[in-house]
Design a protein around this ligand. Structure first.
Ligand code: NAD
Length: 508
C-alpha cells in the first residue's frame, strides 16, 4: 500500500518538476522572473537520489542592488495601503498556499529530504502564518496613549522600510512564510535570499504571491550563495533591517557586515536544546516526546531536543527504551508516507554529521545505536538515527549543534545538576522539562537560560507567543506583536496642553 502511494507521489512530483526543468530557477524581481545579471547559475541536487533538480540563478551584487531598488520603489505605496487591504491580500496568499499545499509539500520534500508526513503540515502551517498576520495587519500601527498632567504622549508604529530576509534550508517554506508574512502585514517590502541548498519552494512562494495580486516590487526573491548574494543584501543601504535564520556563526558575520549601515538585526540561530527527564515524570509521554523532538525533521530542527538529560535513578531503563524506539524508526524515501527519517540535506552536511560519530568514539562516549552513514538502494545522503550514551557534559558531542538525527544522553543526579548541565552550553534556544512536580517545573522554567521552555510537552507553537533564543541562539523574538516590534518603528508624539512652564533663557 505504501509502495503504491510512493509511486503516486513520485508521479505527481514528476509532473510538477517538469515545470522546473524547463528553465533554470530564476530570481523574481519587481514582479518578473529574471536571470542573474551575468547569466551564472549553480546546480541544485536532490538529497534523496542525488539527481539534478535544476540550475538556479546565482545572484550577483547587481541582482541584489536591482532587488533592493525594486523594494525601495514599492515601499511607500505598500506602506500606504490600508491595513484592511493588506489583510485581504495576505488572506488571498494563504488561500493560494492551501490550494497548492500538496505540490509545495512534494517539492519541499524532494528538495530537502524532509519526510512528506512533516512537510505536508509545513505547507499548511505556511498558510496559517499568512492568515495569522493578515488578521493583525489592520491594527499593526496602533500604539498607546500615555498622558501626563501637561502633555499628551501617544505612540504610533510605522513600517521600518524595505527589509532583507535570509532563510536556511531545514524547513525553508515554513520559515520563509514565518518571516515574510509579518513583514508584509507591518507594511514593509522585502528582498528574500533563500538558502542555496533548497531554492524550490521559495520560488513557488513568490510566484503564488504575485498570482493573487501582490504588487510588483513588494517581495523580491534573489537566489544565490550566502557569502555573495546574502552578504550584498546585508550591506545594502536601502535595507533597514535584516531578519536572519541560520547558524550562529553566520549571524556574527551578518552583524559585522551590517555594522556600517547600522542595520537592525533579528537572529534566530542554532541550539543544543536539553530535554530534562526526572524520575517523577510520566515516562511514557516523555519517551514519545524525546524521540519525536530529535528524530522528526531528520533532526535538522533548531528546537530539536538534541541533549537528553536523564535522572540517574531511571537512566538505565529510560535510555534502553529510547534505544529500542530508535531501532524501530522508519528510515526511507521521504515521499513514502510511512517514512519517519529521510536523508540529510547535502553531502557536505552529511560529512559534518558523520564527523560527530568518529568524535563520539574519540571522546569516550558509547554509540548505543546507529553511528554510520547509509543509503537507500545505493543513493541518498542518509545517516542512521543515532544515540550516544555515557556522554559527559563537556564533550563536544554534548556542546555542539550536530543538526541531524543524533541524540546525546547524559545522566544527572538532582535538580541542581540538571540545571547546571542544561545551562552549560553557549546556546540558549529551547528546553523541555518532564516532571510531575509542578513546583520543580516552575523553578526550572525560571532558571534555564533559554528563550522557550516546554514543560511536559514537545514543541508546541502558539503564533502569538514569543519565539526566539538567548545567548548564541539569537537576538529578538518573533510571533504576534513581537514581530511588529522588529518590522516597525515605534514613534512617540508629545503634545503640550499649553499649561506647563517653558524654561526661559536669555532674559533678565
Ligand atoms: P547558514 O547560516 O549556513 O545559512 C542560512 C542562510 O544564510 C542561507 O540562506 C545562506 O545562504 C545565508 N548566508 C550564509 N552566509 C552569509 C553571509 N555571510 N551573509 C548573508 N547571508 C549568508 O544556516 P543553514 O546551515 O542554512 O541552517 C541551519 C542553521 O539554522 C542551524 O544552525 C539551525 O539551528 C538554524 N536554524 C535556527 C532556527 C531558529 O528559529 N532559531 C530555525 C531554523 C534553523
Amino acid at each position: 500500500m505504501t509502495k503504491v502511494v510512493l509511486e503516486e507521489n513520485l508521479q505527481k512530483l514528476n509532473e510538477i518538476m517538469g515545470g522546473f526543468s524547463d528553465s533554470p530557477i530564476s530570481h523574481f524581481i519587481n514582479g518578473e522572473r529574471v536571470a542573474a545579471s551575468d547569466g551564472a547559475t549553480f546546480s541544485n541536487f536532490s538529497p534523496i537520489d542525488e539527481a539534478l533538480i535544476g540550475e538556479v540563478a546565482a545572484g550577483t551584487t547587481d541582482d541584489i542592488v536591482k532587488a533592493c531598488r525594486a523594494a525601495e520603489n514599492a515601499s511607500n505605496d505598500w506602506a500606504a495601503i490600508p491595513g484592511k487591504k493588506r489583510r485581504e491580500i495576505l488572506h488571498a496568499i494563504a488561500d493560494a498556499i492551501e490550494e497548492n499545499a500538496e505540490q509545495l509539500a512534494l517539492v519541499e520534500s524532494y528538495d530537502t529530504g524532509q519526510p512528506l508526513r512533516f512537510m505536508s503540515k509545513a505547507a499548511i502551517r505556511g498558510a496559517e502564518n499568512f492568515r495569522f498576520f493578515a488578521d493583525m495587519a489592520p491594527a499593526a500601527r496602533d500604539g498607546s496613549a500615555l498622558p501626563t498632567q501637561e502633555h499628551m504622549n501617544y505612540s504610533i508604529r510605522q513600517p521600518i522600510g524595505p527589509v532583507g530576509i535570509i532563510t536556511p534550508w531545514n524547513t525553508p517554506f515554513m520559515l520563509s512564510t514565518w518571516k515574510i508574512a509579518p513583514a508584509l502585514a507591518a507594511g514593509c517590502t522585502v528582498v528574500h535570499k533563500p538558502a542555496e541548498w533548497s531554492p524550490c519552494s521559495a520560488s513557488m512562494l513568490v510566484e503564488i504571491m504575485h498570482e493573487v495580486g501582490l504588487p510588483a516590487g513588494v517581495v523580491n526573491t534573489v537566489h544565490g550563495i550566502g557569502e555573495v548574494a546574502g552578504k550584498a543584501l546585508t550591506e545594502h543601504e536601502a535595507i533597514k533591517a535584516i531578519a536572519f535564520v541560520g547558524e550562529s556563526s553566520t549571524g556574527s558575520a551578518i552583524m559585522k557586515q551590517g555594522a556600517d549601515s547600522l542595520t537592525r538585526v533579528h537572529f534566530e540561530l542554532g541550539g543544543k536544546n536539553p530535554v530534562i527527564v526526572f524520575d517523577d515524570a510520566d515516562l511514557d509521554r516523555a519517551l514519545d516526546a524525546v524521540v519525536f523532538m530529535i528524530y522528526s525533521l531528520n533532526g535538522e530542527r533548531c528546537t530539536s531536543s538534541s541533549r537528553l538529560l536523564v535522572q540517574s535513578t531511571i537512566a538505565g531503563e529510560f535510555i534502553a527504551r529510547v534505544r529500542e524506539r530508535v531501532s524501530l524508526l522508519k528510515l526511507g524515501h521521504p515521499l513514502d508516507p510511512d517514512t519517519e527519517v529521510g536523508p540529510l540535506i547535502h553531502k557536505k552536511h552529511r560529512e559534518k554529521v558523520v564527523s560527530y560519530f568518529d568524535l563520539a568514539d574519540k571522546e569516550g562516549a558509547t554509540i548505543a545505536i546507529g553511528g554510520k552513514s547509509t543509503d537507500l538502494d545505493g543513493q541518498g545522503y542518509f545517516v542512521e538515527p543515532t544515540l550516544f550514551t555515557d556522554a559527559k557534559p563537556s564533550m563536544r558531542i554534548a556542546q555542539e549543534e550536530i543538526f541531524g538525527p543524533v541524540l546525546t544522553a547524559i545522566e544527572f543526579a538532582d535538580e541542581a545538576e540538571a540545571v547546571s548541565i542544561a545551562n552549560g552550553v553557549r546556546y540558549g534556544l529551547a528546553a523541555y522539562v518532564w516532571t510531575n512536580d509542578s513546583g520543580r517545573g516552575i523553578r526550572l522554567a525560571r532558571d534555564l537560560e533559554v528563550g522557550m521552555v516546554w514543560v511536559n510537552s514537545e514543541n508546541n507553537r502558539h503564533l502569538p507567543s514569543p519565539f526566539g533564543g538567548m545567548k548564541a541562539s539569537g537576538i529578538g523574538r518573533d510571533g504576534g506583536d513581537y514581530s511588529f516590534d522588529f518590522y516597525m518603528e515605534t514613534k512617540n508624539i508629545c503634545i503640550a496642553t499649553n499649561e506647563h512652564t517653558i524654561p526661559k533663557l536669555g532674559r533678565i
